[in-house]
Design a protein around this ligand. Structure first.
Ligand code: SF4
Length: 204
């Protein structure tokens, strides 16, 4: 379904989504858009890639503050940084937007798909796709891979009517959301992040 005034495509029947939030600034305009279009977001904060722990805590509290200000349900994922390091093992020297980032996206979106399955939320999406620093194709491929993994391990023969979560691939930079993100960043006075998140991006 396409909203008459929007370039963002909403799948038929989608009225609730588990939204993986990478950070408060990237979530803000997307959450606003969802609420304005009668879609209930449940925010899942799962970003064990962030290093060090102090930085993780700051970004997490900003995401929580944002959700609480809007009365939106916010779920705290674990800080499993060691697991994340295992997931990107051997890719430490990859550049940003390279294979390490592909694996990082997949790790976070697989956890999101599993959480959506656990909660019975039929769709999941991510704010990762909103940043112009990220490769949109990599993000969407990771989400679809996560969707496939959950389906293939379900023992079911068809995804249709299975109730398993589907990935809502979307370009969240459309509809002026990039400008709105920048405006909300100032309005909320969000913490200004200076690197993507992991120790390797910190080094770069
Ligand atoms: S640079 Fe960013 S997206 Fe890439 S691996 Fe590090 S935290 Fe993940």
């Amino acid at each position: 379904m396409k909203c008459p005034t929007s370039h963002i495509i909403v799948p038929d029947g989608l009225d609730r989504v588990l939204l993986h939030a990478c950070c408060a600034p990237c979530s803000s305009a997307i959450v606003e858009w969802l609420v304005a279009h009668n879609i209930e977001p449940v925010i899942y904060y799962y970003n064990p890639n962030i290093y060090p722990l102090e930085e993780y805590e700051i970004r997490k509290q900003e995401s929580k503050r944002h959700a609480e200000s809007l009365g939106i349900k916010w779920i705290d994922g674990d800080y499993a940084h060691d697991q994340w390091r295992q997931a990107v093992c051997g890719l430490e020297h990859e550049p940003e937007r390279g294979k390490r980032c592909e694996q990082c996206f997949y790790h976070r979106l697989l956890a999101t798909a599993r959480k959506a399955q656990e909660l019975g939320i039929p769709w999941f999406a991510t704010t990762l796709a909103s940043s112009r620093w990220k490769n949109l194709d990599q993000v969407n491929a990771a989400g679809l891979r996560a969707q496939s993994f959950v389906f293939e391990h379900s023992g079911l023969l068809s995804l249709s009517d299975s109730g398993l979560p589907r990935f809502w691939a979307q370009n969240w930079r459309k509809d002026g959301l990039q400008d709105r993100r920048n405006a909300l960043l100032k309005q909320y006075n969000f913490y200004n992040q200076r690197y993507c998140g992991c120790e390797f991006s910190f080094r770069e």
